[in-house]
Write a protein that binds this ligand. Structure first.
Ligand code: HDE
Length: 750
């Protein structure tokens, strides 16, 4: 069903449902099911599938609708069976020669169960191993019709999609919030064939030519001897590569910026990175770059939050995506394109469009919206869908074609190739999540895991035995068009165009586009990452690169490292900043933000219910935080002082000043030399201190105001001491539009 309808049909608002999901089971609390009293023993059918779990499991390997319910490939019937459907009496005891005897080789159930288990794992992706996926719908505005013949971009067309977000460097079990690039890969199941837009949350890449991909990845992955560090770029081999291959400097600075630690997958931009070629009905072509713009704005974590989350909630981004969709707070993006004339030079405003280390600033070429993506369904099974989904740059519908970008050209080879090992053979397109929604009539046959039962005898062309089928299609039948661009008569060389040698001007452009606070974060990130390197020569070489980008940046990082700042070896580029690159200075919607409300069950509870309701009404998620679980004044507690940490909150409201239990954390305050602090529970003070450090808005009323005083934050920017809960919330909400209270961060660089 359409997302809008789905939203309307839920009785609770999305954020009410998120709050329910975050509420531990408490008898009587809204949203929590009563715990099962005893193990159910009377046979009944498997649990029903989640609502709206239909495609793509309901497609055949050739794309036809089967009408088979999604569960058909999963569990059926009430009774335990073998893989072959024979019902079983016992799955807990091996077949033995007497209760104390040896296990018999004839125990086929034991062997089947253990053999299957032994082979449950497949190789993780060589990059982007850690990910989270979701289904959704893409609706085209029709604004791209003039430049592309792609049917799914025609006005009003709705196309099912599957999106997989990922980190790049870490293994499957690594933390979500590490400093890294994020993958943003979208599979559009169009009726003219699947289109995979396999992008990242950064618009540039480390290298210009795919032949260097194994090199950069070998350098960035853990060191081969000890296999550490996991999911990190803060180590010698990464900075060795980046400082020696200076084309990587631009992408490296994006990673060192706040873009490297997104707040949520829902608050990331996405970029196709390469320039593509679009072709319309008339055969006219343009060059284009794809952009995803998140409805909620572009937000990041602070570095300390990211590090804390690595321990407190390593699944933070995966959980956030799942909770939001399950609750009906569907994440949304607009797809946009920058369009450039398809000239023989393949440049725009002097920028080489085939160089994936370059952007075209939005101020020079506007991002024109062409459609809307809504993610509205979580996967039923992580392995079947998120793990087995296989993207490929060559999955293109008619109307979208590739360019000669040497990075793109290499990717066109790599993505199919890697699936052969990862998914065990050439038939991965028949795995349910990968099945096209367009009818398939190929001449590919046999191979491991062949699921189709192909009829006919003549999988070749031309043939006369299968009635000539399949037939080639033309324009009238929407055949894919390899745009007949002229290929230059040129000598075979292993070389780049000269324009690819400019490795610094756009890094400087990015740096100059940052606000002071974002610059400060970049300086700290470089200082941290290089500080984690062992070899001084690598630090010095990277400082040289920074000097070529900006002397102030270089000096600040050099000071942090305790090394001299070198002079630039190239003239500093004269570039105009691109304000669109900064995340600071704009107002964003508050939808789905988390607001913690600290309550004192023994104190004044007046007005808390209204504030909680007002948070819901503002489209945000309230989390009640109390000294213990259960219910407070008829409201369920989502977090206790033991389970709640500041990092999952976007703002904090203090409705009380809970005192510590007499035996709680004894010697702490005496040690800190502030005996007066014992009047407020130190865990609440920690919450306030962290929220303050991470530049979150904090509001208090009633007894809560004393907490501000005891935490030593009263009267500082972004702190609201109000007369009532309603007043506190209103002011906090205004502060939240800027995402953070940026003034609180020191910014030494103008
Ligand atoms: Fe990838 N990349 N890549 N990459 N990439 C893979 O394919 C590769 C590049 C990106 O959620 C692999 O199925 C080469 C740029 C995403 O399943 C592999 C080069 C961009 C994902 C591969 C690049 C990306 C991958 C590993 C240099 C952004 C995850 C598993 C030319 C535009 C997709 C797989 C998912 C995955 C190769 C560079 C994005 C090995 C050779 C540039 C989002 O085929």
């Amino acid at each position: 069903s359409k997302p809008a309808e789905a939203v309307k049909n839920v009785v609770k608002t999305a954020t009410e449902k998120i709050t329910d999901a975050l509420t531990p089971e408490v008898p009587g609390a809204p949203g929590s099911a009563p715990p099962p009293v005893e193990e159910p023993t009377s046979p009944h059918d498997p649990l029903p599938p989640k609502p709206e779990q239909g495609a793509p499991q309901t497609r055949t390997p050739t794309g036809a609708e089967t009408g088979v319910p999604a569960t058909a490939k999963g569990q059926q019937g009430a009774y335990l069976t073998t893989a072959n459907g024979a019902r079983l009496r016992d799955t807990d005891h091996s077949l033995k020669a007497g209760p104390r005897g040896p296990v018999l080789l004839q125990d086929h159930h034991l062997r089947e169960k253990i053999t299957h288990f032994d082979h449950e794992r497949i190789p993780e992706r060589v990059v982007h191993a850690r990910g989270a996926g979701a289904h959704g719908v893409f609706t085209a505005y029709g604004t791209a019709e003039a430049v592309t013949r792609a049917g799914f971009l025609k006005k009003g067309r709705e196309t099912e999609v599957f999106v997989r977000f990922s980190t790049v460097l870490g293994s499957r079990g690594s933390a979500d919030t590490v400093r890294d690039t994020r993958g943003f890969a979208t599979k559009f199941y169009t009726d003219e064939g699947t289109f995979d837009l396999v992008g990242n949350n950064m618009p540039v890449f480390f290298i210009q030519d795919a032949i260097k991909f194994p090199d950069i990845i070998h350098a960035a992955k853990p060191h081969p001897d000890r296999e550490i560090p996991q999911a990190q770029s803060a180590h010698d081999t990464f900075w060795d590569f980046v400082s020696l291959h200076t084309e990587a400097q631009h992408h490296a600075m994006w990673n060192m910026s706040d873009r490297g630690i997104p707040r949520s997958y829902r608050t990331m931009e996405g970029f196709g990175v390469h320039t593509f070629r679009l072709v319309n009905e008339a055969g006219e072509t343009v060059l284009a770059k794809f952009h995803w713009k998140p409805k909620l704005g572009v937000h990041s974590l602070t570095w300390e939050e990211a590090q804390m989350l690595g321990g407190i909630d390593p699944d933070f981004h995966r959980r956030d995506l799942y909770d939001a969709i399950e609750a009906g707070a569907f994440p949304e993006w607009e797809l946009g394109i920058q369009v450039f004339p398809d000239t023989p030079e393949e440049t725009f405003a002097g920028i080489d469009l085939l160089d994936a280390t370059k952007i075209v600033p939005e101020e020079l070429a506007e991002v024109q919206p062409i459609g809307r993506l809504v993610l509205n369904r979580t996967p039923t099974n992580f392995f079947a869908e998120t793990e087995q989904v296989a993207f490929h740059l060559g999955h293109l519908p008619p109307g979208i074609d590739v360019t000669n970008d040497p990075l793109l050209q290499g990717r066109l080879f790599s993505y199919v190739d890697t699936q052969l090992t990862r998914l065990g053979g050439p038939n991965f397109a028949q795995i349910p999540i990968n099945r096209p929604h367009a009818a398939v009539n190929d001449m590919l046959r046999d191979g491991f895991h062949q699921h189709a039962v192909h009829a006919g005898v003549a999988p070749y062309r031309p043939n006369s035995l299968d009635g000539g089928n399949p037939f080639p299609a033309g324009d009238a039948e929407h055949a894919f068009l390899d745009v007949p661009v002229t290929v230059a008569q040129a000598p075979k060389v292993r070389a780049n165009p000269a324009s690819f040698d400019d490795h610094y001007s756009q890094v400087r452009l990015f740096w100059l586009s940052m606000s002071p606070v974002e610059k400060e974060h970049i300086i700290r990130a470089y200082t941290f990452e290089l500080g984690k390197c062992y070899h001084q020569a690598i630090k010095e070489r990277q400082l040289q690169c920074l000097a070529n980008i900006d002397p102030v940046l270089c000096e600040q990082v050099a000071t942090g490292l305790g090394l001299p700042a070198p002079q630039p070896t190239v003239p500093l580029a004269d570039v105009a900043p691109s304000p669109a690159l900064s995340q600071v200075g704009r107002a964003w919607p508050a939808d789905g933000r988390m607001v913690g409300i600290v309550v004192d069950p023994d104190g004044d509870l007046d007005g808390i219910g209204e504030v909680r309701r007002a948070v819901f009404e503002a489209g945000m998620v309230p989390l009640l935080i109390a000294p213990h679980g259960g219910m407070v004044d008829g409201m369920p507690v989502q977090r206790t002082f033991a389970t709640g940490r500041s990092v999952e909150l976007d703002a904090l409201l203090l409705a009380g000043a809970p005192v510590p239990a007499p035996d709680a954390l004894p010697a702490r305050d005496a040690k800190a030399g502030r005996p007066d602090a014992t009047t407020v529970d130190p865990r609440v003070l920690l919450l306030v201190e962290e929220c303050w450090r991470h530049a979150k808005a904090i509001g208090a009323w009633g007894a809560g105001v004393t907490v501000l005083e005891q935490a030593g934050v009263a009267g500082t920017p972004g702190i609201v001491a109000a007369g009532s809960g309603a007043e506190a919330l209103t002011e906090v909400q205004q502060l939240m539009a800027a995402h953070r209270v940026w003034e609180r961060f020191p910014a030494s660089v103008g």
